[in-house]
Design a protein around this ligand. Structure first.
Ligand SMILES: CC(C)(COP(=O)(O)OP(=O)(O)OC[C@H]1O[C@@H](n2cnc3c(N)ncnc32)[C@H](O)[C@@H]1OP(=O)(O)O)[C@@H](O)C(=O)NCCC(=O)NCCS
Length: 182
């Protein structure tokens, strides 16, 4: 799915643009992913893994904008990607096609300005438009900021996966399984 650009104001009054990234934004996207991976242990990829997949991003973003059940939604500030949210299907098989998986991350320099909340509400709205009836996500049990954000947006915790991540320098950590009906 492709979402065209629209402007919105942050809680400090500055203006950002929200839109689906295109193949032309691939370099910007890779830089954003590397910055997030450096700032937080809670992303799935290490920096070297992002670097390895660098060349795949133009086609990945092009395909995502053309696929019905998939959405990348970026927030740009001064042309730089500072946040991204994604929606994708758990699987395309009909029995589970009602379930979407989402993820979200904001660069630390832009925290506390309402971007996370705005992006999450947009994702919920688009998931409904995409005819999903349930959205799901996983979040590390220690990620209090993200858990508060999700609870505030109507998600609930329905389970816990032990030893979900094995993080260099931290060790094994558990994650909560959360979901929200649409
Ligand atoms: C979690 C994250 C997306 C929040 O983004 P953000 O743009 O700072 O979010 P907002 O400014 O919209 O704040 C949203 C909510 O986060 C929670 N929050 C913000 N700061 C918090 C803090 N210091 N302690 C606890 N909760 C906090 C609150 O519920 C807040 O809602 P409120 O403003 O009504 O109190 C961001 O911190 C992030 O990207 N973290 C790193 C990546 C990550 O962990 N992603 C989630 C992986 S599952």
């Amino acid at each position: 799915m492709y979402v065209p650009a629209r402007e919105f104001a942050l809680s400090d009054g500055s203006i950002c643009v929200m839109k689906s990234p295109t193949a032309n934004d691939a370099k910007n996207m890779v830089n954003y992913l590397k910055e997030v991976a450096k700032e937080t242990p809670y992303m799935i990829r290490y920096i070297d893994e992002i670097e390895q997949s660098r060349r795949e991003w133009p086609i990945k973003l092009k395909n995502a904008s053309e696929q019905e059940g998939v959405l990348y939604l970026c927030v740009f500030f001064n042309q730089k990607i500072v946040a991204n949210g994604t929606i994708c299907h758990i699987s395309t098989y009909r029995k589970v096609r009602h379930r979407a998986s989402i993820s979200i991350a904001v660069l630390e320099e832009m925290w506390h300005k309402g971007i996370g909340t705005t992006l999450l509400h947009e994702l919920v709205g688009y998931a409904k438009k995409m005819r999903y009836s349930q959205i799901e996500l996983e979040v590390a049990c220690s990620n209090i900021r993200a858990i508060s954000l999700y609870l505030g947006c109507g998600f609930q915790i329905y389970g816990r996966r032990n030893h979900a991540y094995k993080i260099d320098g931290i060790g094994l950590i558990d994650e909560y399984l959360m979901y929200r009906q649409l």
